[in-house]
Design a protein around this ligand. Structure first.
Ligand code: GLN
Length: 323
């Protein structure tokens, strides 16, 4: 399969949608991002790397970080996580207060904001430093020690994130938040501010296409309680999630990764994936590859317009999807 040629064709065809959608502006710092940016990367399990456009430029991954939270939370508490958060598609906006009220403080799934706030609370309970753990995990997955939070984006969201603070208060009122609201939202806003490139994101999602095993050749075993590579060096690939846990995480991506547009993404693209309002989308083809795309103009559901089109073209041109 000539993935490089296909990526270039995808980029060319998706450019017809430039100008459709808007850069997220409810987080003021995100409104500064140039709307015309477009990057895409595809990395295979056997180590090949393909990319086009602005694939090396870092952007705000926003809700794509919820996949890292879910992986870490499952590692810490396993199935018990689902006593505090559901696993059904929400069919509602990612920041819906109404739905949380109807459902008495149990978020419908881990990928809506309320679900991510609960996962952040779980990480605060089980890890010495939840902010550091998520950053270290992103560095481990991407193989890049330079991945970092964008502190200006985190501060910008902190200053304007009243809906998320309301959601956290509501969770607290229902006993589904064990730490102070301020502590949970501070960690959550930092997680969302992770700044990564398409190349780094695609690489980070490879373990989900690999039954939970980190495929990097120099991987080390990961210590369960610190989430850091163990001291002894080895060239053995590291297992991060069990086969079953990986299946569950991918299933939640497929059914809930795009909020009230999850059906549309499955229909058009046919892969498990996760979007963020920074305009990024990461998706996996189990057993084969992971891909990431970035175009900051998002639709009313918070999903990248050109990003969705690009992944639709990718699975159409390659004939590769989970269906
Ligand atoms: N930080 C954003 C928020 O909480 C994440 C939303 C998203 O990417 N869909 O609103």
């Amino acid at each position: 399969m000539n993935y490089q040629h296909i990526l270039e064709q995808v980029s060319q065809e998706a450019s017809a949608l430039a100008g459709e959608g808007n850069v997220a502006s409810y987080i003021p710092e995100l409104a500064k991002v140039p709307p015309e940016r477009f990057g895409m990367a595809l990395v295979t399990l056997d180590g090949q790397v393909f990319s086009t456009g602005d694939a090396s430029e870092r952007f705000s991954v926003q809700s794509i970080s919820k996949v890292f939270l879910l992986a870490l939370a499952i590692r810490q508490v396993g199935e018990k996580l689902f006593e505090r958060v559901g696993k059904e598609p929400s069919g509602n906006p990612f920041n819906s207060l109404v739905q949380l009220e109807y459902e008495h403080g149990i978020p419908r799934n881990p990928f809506i904001n309320a679900g991510a706030l609960v996962m952040t609370d779980v990480l605060l309970e089980h890890l010495p430093d939840a902010k550091a753990a998520v950053l270290d995990f992103a560095r481990l997955l991407s193989g890049s020690s330079e991945v970092d939070y964008d502190y200006a984006v985190a501060a910008s969201e902190r200053a304007t994130g009243f809906t998320n603070i309301a959601l956290a208060n509501f969770l607290k009122a229902h006993g589904n938040l064990h730490h102070p609201v301020e502590q949970v939202v501070d960690a959550y806003f930092h997680h969302c501010s992770l700044s990564m490139s398409c190349l780094e994101l695609a690489r980070s999602f490879l373990f989900l296409a690999n039954h939970g095993i980190l495929p990097h050749p120099t991987s080390q075993p990961i210590n369960q309680s610190t989430n850091q590579p163990a001291n002894q060096s080895t060239n053995q690939p590291a297992r991060l999630l069990s086969v079953s846990q990986t299946k569950r995480l991918n299933a939640v991506m497929l059914t809930c990764g795009f909020y009230d547009e999850a059906g549309e993404f499955a229909f058009r693209v046919g892969l498990p994936g996760k979007s963020g309002v920074g305009g990024g989308i990461a998706a996996i083809m189990p057993g084969h590859w992971a891909a990431a795309v970035w175009s900051p103009e998002i639709n009313r559901f918070g999903n990248s317009v050109r990003g969705m089109k690009a992944l639709e073209l990718l699975t159409t041109l390659t004939g590769e999807s989970i269906f």
